[in-house]
Design a protein around this ligand. Sequence first.
Ligand code: ATP
Length: 369
Amino acid sequence: MKWIELKDIKKTYSGSPAVRELNLTIEEKQFVTLLGPSGCGKTTTLRIIAGLEEPDSGEIIVNGKIFFSREKGIYVPPEKRKLGLIFQSYALWPHMTVRKNISLALEQMRLPKDKIESIVKEVLNKVQLSEYIDRYPSELSGGQQQRVAVARMIAAKPSIFLMDEPLSNLDAMLRVDMRTELKRLHHELGSTTVYVTHDQVEALTLSDKIAVMDKGILKQVGTPEEIYKRPQDLFVARFVGSPRINCIEGNLATEGSGRYFKTGKIKIQIKNEAQSKMSTDSLIGTIRPEDIVVSKVEKPGWIKVNVFSVLPAGSETILSVKQDTINLSVKINGFTDIRMNESVWINIDPLKMNYYNKETGKLVFSYFS
Ligand code: ATP
């Protein structure tokens, strides 16, 4: 069921567009992440949904109710939208205990005292902070403060959660723990959530759908798997994935009865179904680092490369390899006895390649559908 609909949303600040003709539909209970680099318009979009910014044009519909329509002259103010908001800074009241920070909004809603107390206990239990109920924010760690902010948001039972980089102030370990907690919480509460981040791992791990933005333009909306395996253009391909996807410039060539994507000594077969779709000769082929296999011994048809660097990181090792002017990243599991300056052989799985138009950067063909 359609829950949030953004139609042709435009927002300009002093003549420079922050959001350009954004169209996005979010289904009920979905966790949707707005992902993109700094300044791409994520926060502006979230603030527009919250009612903290007015778009120049377009329409916002939430659960069938128009929240904003420039054409119809409708604007529902933020306090009437029943949304829960969490920003980067936890914005807890420093002079109030955890209990008071959570109960304040409930008191303003004029709920009975015993009801408030039971809600406070229930939400603190959800974020596993029951024993901290009488502490002040300064007596809590960053992660605990952020959990209080989450508890405060869910206590008011908003119809939608809006979160803007809520984990960015936390250290790397806590961020990973909080991701697990947020995911679990979303599973339990089933609340429609719009989440802003520039961290692609966070987007991939948390979301049902990811909306990738660049310079105010919505580039692609898809499941994490679609975004990762079938990026619609080179911007999305390069933005998502670490280490970065390999981009190889090349041309189509026919040899015997076969058709190939070729560059220097690299030759990758184009399978039948792809051939008819490849209209342009000048292409960029992409391959994820984990889709390249390495061998220390020569194998027929594999490509000989020189190892430029070896970066072990515990669970994986990233090799940077060179073939003439072409640099490729290769990801292998665990540690390796491959050393710098060695020659090794790589195999690129032709069915894991995606092909993009070199001029437009748009996807021409992907085997993943
Ligand atoms: P970040 O990840 O750095 O927060 P973002 O993707 O959330 O970035 P926005 O904050 O939405 O980006 O900003 C989009 C563009 O609009 C940027 O160029 C920004 O400078 C501009 N902008 C945002 N808010 C205002 C404002 N109140 N006045 C003027 N320009 C603004």
